[in-house]
Design a protein around this ligand. Structure first.
Ligand SMILES: Nc1nc2c(ncn2[C@@H]2O[C@H](COP(=O)(O)OP(=O)(O)OP(=O)(O)O)[C@@H](O)[C@H]2O)c(=O)[nH]1
Ligand SMILES: [Mg+2]
Length: 705
């Protein structure tokens, strides 16, 4: 177990995660030749196995693989390590892939670009790593690029991500002249030579012009570790130089304790620096037994219980990702405790369903290798186990469930329909599949228009599914304009007293509900409160009221968009002996809600996006102009020697078409990224327009009928 590492590679888009992973697979002997992302040989990297990924040169789905790395220990003895590795996508639209990888991994390599440093998605990934307490090492990639500066990245990790980080290497040369690194623990120079950097030449001779830099950086490293580690702090105070073993042990301790981040550097594309990074994974990232994993015991009121990664213990595993394959559903499972064996019965904690495990495989991107059993701490995939993503499995002897992962809300949606009606079957098959695989992709049929609406994290996210529908299911689709997912809320309290009374021949409808609606703090979950005393409304009718409230929140009174941050209290009412019914109370509550909501200072909310734009300095004026036109709030501008980066809050609504305008304004050299930040009130004018447009559409539909 001490030789097992479950690691993820996560970073900003295009920083070189897949290129690094390709090198890892090559140096560990897992693949025989290196193929580049967007390479001229048009083969494409192993981990980007989907055609779409290879065409676009981006990762869309995370891919898992495993490999063995032989490392010399401090006594010079070779030791064999086993890695399970997940390469994740950088584009924010596929962020759920990062989320669920980090949920089950023990450690991560955060890749950064040596020119750009900390970028918008670096910040997102940082947040995700912090959410699941994932220890990490940082790898500053692209040291061969013009303007590369690894220490700028270190400063930004410290400044922007607020992490106690220090370089454990310094670079020998940079840009075209980048040759290798100086290892600051051993004070040795390492050069990467031979074909594809496979030959490591180590020497005690540090280039003369680097000796001072290396000494200074080593001192900074010791100071940073001393900030977190008592043992090193004591030595530091007594001005004793720690030994290599002491320093290494302290870096490992504090990295695992999330109090220190060692930073390394290299260039995956130029085949430099990857092997020491693999050594660092062994040296500094935890093995499964170094990490605390907790499950909730359902029989003991969900008391948290530590899982013990012993293969002899009862089995507990978490299904963190599903994939439809030619051979049926493929379920990725992290084994937290016990052993998973072929033909064994496992139980889904959510519904107690028993399933037999017909096949266990280890994944190597899109290929698989069958295995008979796997022990604690491993990551594998199984066939024939129907479940949802996030389900916990046990051997039936315990009732553990593990907390699931954070799933962000979709912000953009569009209507979709198959072009030819004969494709209806495949269309729904694909929709079902995509929805089960990806919790951030939602499908619903609008009750009024009968249109199928898909929602997701961004334009690219939805575009990819439409394209996959065409390629994998041969269904051409017609799609509507992308729509922003607006929300509705209120700004003050309003009381209601609503009487529903209808007499239509036989039994009538009667329900009276009284109470108020009120905004809750910070756009929280909508809540319903029953404060009726004295039995004026029967318990079962209260339940119907709550249902009415839920239905109203699903389709708000202004735009029929979801309601946020609104509480409803019912404190009195009246019931009729014969005419009251659950239906009547449900309906009355919906009317009451509508009335009160519209009196409670209603607001249309729109998603604000944290937007990061990077471009050569000469275009700064143009970009400012574009953003000002969109009423963006500019939070930060950082001007580098050639490029500048700015972050701004922009409404998603105003950002449609931005990518082509940015391209035009920067001769194609500007780039931007967008990530959902929060909901905020839309400008008054926009609110009015949206409501008017919605009412017009409603009226047209009514008249049409
Ligand atoms: N100059 C230089 N380019 C690199 C380096 N590593 C990767 N690249 C290039 O950067 C581009 C993106 O590389 P990828 O490996 O696909 O990056 P990624 O982080 O996996 O991207 P996503 O998965 O889409 O987020 C490709 O064109 C690579 O050839 C490097 O060390 N130096
Ligand atoms: Mg990639």
């Amino acid at each position: 177990m001490s030789k097992l590492r479950n690691i993820g590679i996560a970073a900003h888009i295009d920083s070189g995660k897949t290129t690094c992973t390709e090198r890892v697979l090559f140096y560990t002997g897992r693949i025989n030749a290196v193929h580049e992302v967007r390479g001229k040989d048009s083969v494409g990297a192993k981990m980007d196995s989907m055609d779409l990924e290879r065409e676009k040169g981006i990762t869309i789905q995370s891919a898992a693989t495993f490999c063995n790395w032989t490392k010399k220990n401090d006594e010079g003895v070779e030791e064999n390590y086993h890695f399970n590795l997940i390469d994740t996508p950088g584009h924010i639209d596929f962020t759920i892939e990062v989320e669920r990888a980090l949920r089950v991994l023990d450690g991560a390599v955060m890749v950064m670009c040596a020119v750009s440093g900390v970028q918008s998605q670096t910040i997102t990934v940082d947040r995700q790593m912090k959410r699941y307490n994932v220890p990490r090492i940082a790898f500053v990639n692209k040291m061969d690029r013009a303007g590369a500066n690894p220490f700028k990245a270190v400063d930004q990790i410290r400044g922007k991500l607020k992490l106690n980080a220090a370089a454990i290497q310094v670079n020998i040369g940079a840009e075209d002249e980048f040759k290798g690194v100086v290892d600051l623990l051993r004070m040795k120079a390492i050069y990467f030579e031979g074909p594809q950097g496979t030959v490591l030449r180590e020497t005690d001779e540090i280039p003369a012009d680097l000796i001072d830099v290396a000494k200074e950086r080593r001192q900074m490293l010791i100071e940073a570790v001393a900030d977190a580690d008592e043992e090193i702090a004591e030595l530091f105070l007594e001005e004793i130089e720690p030994t290599e073993a002491q320093l290494k042990a302290a870096i490992r301790r504090q990295t695992i304790a999330l109090k220190f981040t060692p930073v390394m550097m290299g260039s995956a594309l130029a085949n430099k620096g990857v092997q020491p990074m693999l050594d660092a994974v062994c040296d500094y990232l935890p093995d499964p037994s170094d990490v605390q994993n907790v499950a909730l015991d359902v029989t003991k009121n969900e008391a948290p219980t530590s899982l013990i990664p012993y293969s002899e213990k009862p089995f507990v595993g978490l299904a963190f990702k599903l994939e439809e394959s030619n051979f049926g559903q493929l379920t990725y499972i992290r084994v937290y405790q016990g052993t998973l064996k072929k033909a064994m019965n496992i139980f889904n904690s959510r519904n107690q369903k028993k399933v037999k495990v017909p096949r266990i495989v280890r994944m190597h991107s899109n290929e698989m290798e069958e295995v008979q059993d796997v022990g604690a701490g491993e990551i594998v995939a199984v066939f024939g186990v129907e479940c949802s993503s996030g389900d916990t499995f046990t051997d039936g002897k315990s009732s553990f469930t593990m907390t699931s992962m954070f799933v962000p809300e979709p912000v953009i949606s569009l209507s979709i329909a198959p072009k030819h009606s004969k494709d209806g079957n495949n269309f729904s098959k694909a929709m079902n599949r995509f929805q089960r695989e990806d919790p951030t992709f939602r499908v619903h049929v609008d009750a009024d228009s009968q249109q199928t609406i898909i929602s997701g994290m961004g334009e690219l996210h939805l575009e990819i599914y439409v394209e996959r529908m065409r390629r994998e299911y041969h269904v051409d689709c017609i799609t509507g304009q992308p729509q922003v997912a607006y929300r509705e809320t209120i700004s003050k309290r309003a009381d209601f007293d609503y009487l529903l009374k209808k007499q239509t021949g036989g039994a009538g409808d009667y329900a009276r509900v009284m109470g108020f609606v009120e905004p809750n703090e910070e756009l929280g979950k909508n809540e319903f409160f029953n404060e009726v005393t004295g039995g004026n409304i029967d318990e079962k009718y209260i339940f119907a009221c709550e249902k009415g409230f839920m239905a109203s929140c699903d389709k708000g009174p202004m735009l029929q968009q979801k309601v946020l941050g609104t509480n409803m209290y019912i404190n009195d009412g009246a019931t009729h002996a014969t005419d009251s019914s659950e239906m009547a109370f449900k309906t009355a509550t919906q009317y009451a809600f509508r009335q009160a909501f519209l009196e409670a200072g209603p607001i249309v909310l729109e998603p604000l996006m944290k937007t990061t734009v990077t471009s050569p300095n000469e275009f700064q004026g143009n970009i400012m102009g574009l953003l000002n036109k969109r009423n963006a709030t500019i939070n930060e501008t950082e001007i580098g020697p050639e490029d500048f980066t700015l972050t701004a809050d922009c409404s998603l609504n105003a950002m449609f078409g931005f990518s082509s305008q940015l391209r035009a304004a920067t001769q194609g050299k500007g780039e931007f990224g967008m990530e959902f930040s929060h909901y905020a009130a839309a400008p008054m004018q926009v609110q009015k327009e949206l409501i008017a447009k919605h009412e017009k559409a409603l009226k047209e539909k009514r008249d049409g009928k």
